[in-house]
Design a protein around this ligand. Structure first.
Ligand code: SF4
Length: 391
């Protein structure tokens, strides 16, 4: 193991949005201090077993709503990370924030603690969309948050948007994207709404209280966004992600998520977090109180296990090859370079997946470009069909 990433899950939200199926809980903020103490204990266990040459180049505080953590708790967490893990110089440190939870002072505080990338859940500029999603903020909160973040010195700022919502028209989506562009973000993540089993929104659609998504309209929204963002100077580097280049020519892609898409190791710590390290996938216990109890009472375990681990699955070579294809093909420019694949697995992509590659190429979904296998324009529209071929 050489360079790895660190994900810390913060499973608290003020309110559970209607479409959300993340491992997050409303009304449990009273647990925050104990939870951070538990997370620090888990960090300590993981750090103790870290291979000697390991370095951490990205840290991501995701949720949930990490911006519900008071600055003092963010500070405790970041100190524990710095104490236990060798961070590379210039490591990317991202915090996900809900626009309705921020203040100018809070953002200044985050920046002074070393957080250098902010990801804001804007989702939409339309009050109707935000109401349907049950988001606890409006577009004005986003405008203010972006202004304060820039004033605080954040030079790397992402906005998350959702399209394909019930009642959302193409014109409304276009207005949302134009307003997002007016805020001059460095990075945009555009997610197609998926109705997840067990969410209120899914049950409203099942019961006919909300219209089902119009997949043709959603495809039109996606295609329009691809063209518009290209015109605005953004580069699409992943199916749902776009970045602009910095003044020195660097693409401001999310380095943390690239670690996932390159199928490289990361530790996932916190309630319900998933990780991939030392050739194993790990899953932590989901409930915040159970997580606190386990970390409070647990003894150290062999790396990458921690007291919070409930599943550990060794990944064999065939699975790792398939996962490398599934995730790497999401990178629409880079794709999966055959040379890197050979270096990692000692076999070419065509030799590892002769039937799959033949079929997908015949269907016009993937292509070879300068030694890389990547999605075609058509493949981008039917990504899931491609990824499923490697399951
Ligand atoms: S703020 Fe995000 S994590 Fe929290 S409930 Fe809403 S969608 Fe889920």
């Amino acid at each position: 193991m050489d360079v790895l990433s660190l994900y810390l899950h913060i499973p608290f939200c003020r309110h559970r949005c209607a479409y959300c199926d993340f491992n997050t809980y409303a009304g449990m903020e009273n647990l925050i201090a104990d939870y951070v103490t538990a997370l620090i204990a888990e960090l300590g266990c993981a750090a103790a077993g870290l291979p000697p040459n390991a370095r951490v180049h990205t840290l991501f505080l995701g949720g949930g709503t990490p911006s519900l953590l008071p600055l003092s708790e963010v500070s405790r967490l970041l100190s524990a990370v710095r104490d236990g893990f060798p961070l590379t110089s210039g490591a990317e440190i991202t915090l996900e924030a809900n626009p309705g939870t921020l203040s100018r002072e809070y953002l200044r505080g985050l920046r002074s603690l070393g957080v250098n990338r902010l990801s804001l859940g804007m989702q939409s500029a339309s009050p109707e969309d935000l109401r349907i999603l049950e988001r606890g903020h409006d577009f004005f909160d986003v405008v203010q948050a972006v202004k304060w973040a820039r004033q605080a010195g954040f030079g790397n700022l992402n906005l998350d948007l959702i399209f394909g919502l019930p009642y959302q028209s193409l014109a409304s989506w276009q207005r949302t994207l134009e307003l997002a562009l007016d805020l001059r973000p460095d990075h945009l993540s555009l997610y197609h709404l998926t109705l997840e089993h067990g969410t209120p929104m899914n049950s409203w659609v099942q019961r006919g209280l909300l219209p089902a998504a119009d997949s043709d309209l959603a495809a039109e929204m996606y295609e329009w966004a691809m063209a518009r963002l290209e015109k605005a100077g953004f580069e699409q580097y992943e199916i749902s992600n776009w970045a602009r280049r910095s003044a020195d020519g660097r693409l401001l892609a999310c380095q943390h998520n690239l670690q996932y898409w390159h199928n490289l190791p990361y530790l996932g710590l916190g309630a319900g977090a998933h990780g991939f390290a030392a050739g194993c996938r790990t899953v932590n216990v989901r409930g915040p109180q159970a997580y606190i109890n386990r970390c409070r009472n647990g003894a150290a375990r062999p790396f990458p296990r921690t007291p919070a681990t409930v599943h550990l699955t060794p990944i064999d070579r065939a699975t790792e090859m398939a996962e490398t294809m599934m995730m790497g093909l999401r990178l629409v420019q880079e794709g999966v370079p055959d040379r890197a694949f050979r270096q990692r697995f000692g076999v070419s992509i065509e030799a590892a997946f002769p039937q799959e590659i033949h079929e997908l190429r015949t269907q016009g979904l993937v292509e070879w470009s300068q030694g890389r296998l990547r999605l075609t324009a058509r493949g981008k529209m039917f990504g899931n069909r491609v990824f499923m071929r490697f399951v």
